[in-house]
Design a protein around this ligand. Structure first.
Ligand SMILES: [Zn+2]
Length: 307
């Protein structure tokens, strides 16, 4: 199991369960394969905790071949999980340098056809962690992912870090898939309006609860509610008041309640809207029969490891 960096001095205890939501929602972006905290939770424990507070399903997101295979295999047999598969923009230059990016993209294209794989992501551009040397690889990979999403009629989950205008320019140049989601939206109100003009979705993470994130709250208020989604990006980006501690899908209610507060709307009304948006983008969690993965036996622990 991969581990989130434990960072010196972090409080590694999982925060308590929040009050359950009256109307359930989905976490449309999480990484259950990355362990964190002072106790490791199985996927089933993560999903049980989530359901107990009204988070009734998650999209498990891959970022390289190993995690994309795992995401597809887990979603195939877990009714509360759907999958997204991709080579992350910070991984694309690594594959490219090894001469294996084309093979990796071909495998992502194959995984995209698996049952309960509903999105291509996370893909996009990251000019924060990857320097100029890696930009060409990132762009080539991003364009290939857009093409895979369109060919398969899947949603696209975009990772955009310090690359707002390049991401928008690429989508407009090559044509965005019909359902395009900016995961962990990180722009301002002006960018939010550009996305809305194109019918693209904004998925808000725990960052929207951070004190210094006024730009995100302005963006939230600037777009039609029909374009809003919510996510945890667990185990990262833990919402206030638990910033820095391990994140998990069961903490999503904190982010949703902060969004409702800022929009001065009832939490249940916002939850109803966001649940319906989520199902429009990805489909319903329960429409396809749950199948047993033929090729991978993932176990309940990430990568079948520590059970
Ligand atoms: Zn992510």
């Amino acid at each position: 199991m991969r581990q989130r960096d434990k960072g010196a001095g972090r409080d590694l205890s999982y925060p308590p369960l929040p009050d359950p939501l009256g109307v359930p929602v989905y976490d449309n972006h999480t990484h259950l394969e990355i362990g964190d905290g002072d106790q490791s939770l199985t996927v089933a424990e993560q999903l049980d905790r989530a359901s107990s507070v009204g988070v009734r399903g998650v999209i498990q997101v891959g970022g390289d071949l190993e995690t994309s295979r795992w995401s597809a295999a887990m979603a195939a047999r877990e009714p509360r999980m759907l999958a997204a598969v991709a080579i992350h923009p910070n991984e694309a230059p690594v594959y490219d340098a090894a001469g294996t990016l084309d093979d990796a993209l071909a495998e992502i294209a194959e995984l995209a056809t698996r049952p309960r794989v509903v999105a291509i992501g996370e893909t996009g551009l990251d000019f924060f962690r990857t320097g100029p040397d890696g930009h060409a690889s990132q762009l080539r990979s991003f364009e290939a992912h857009i093409e895979i999403a369109k060919r398969n009629g899947l949603a696209l989950q975009i990772h955009d870090r310090d690359a707002h205008s390049a991401v928008i320019e690429t989508l407009l140049r090559v044509g965005a898939p019909e359902r395009t989601v900016f995961h962990c939206f990180s722009g301002d109100a002006e960018m939010a309006r550009i996305l809305a003009d194109n019918g693209w979705y904004l998925s808000f993470a725990g960052t929207v609860t951070f004190k210094n994130a006024q730009n995100l709250r302005e963006a939230l208020a600037a777009v039609p509610r029909a374009l809003l989604l919510v996510e945890t990006d667990a185990p990262f980006l833990t919402p206030a008041p638990f910033r820095g501690r391990p994140n998990a899908p069961y903490l999503l209610p904190h982010t949703l309640r902060a969004m409702a507060d800022h929009l001065e709307t009832d939490v249940s009304i916002l939850a109803t809207q966001i649940s319906s948006n989520t199902e429009l983008v990805y489909g319903r969690w329960d429409t396809e029969p749950v199948t047993v993965a033929e090729t991978t036996e993932p176990g309940t622990r990430p990568f079948g490891g520590l059970a």
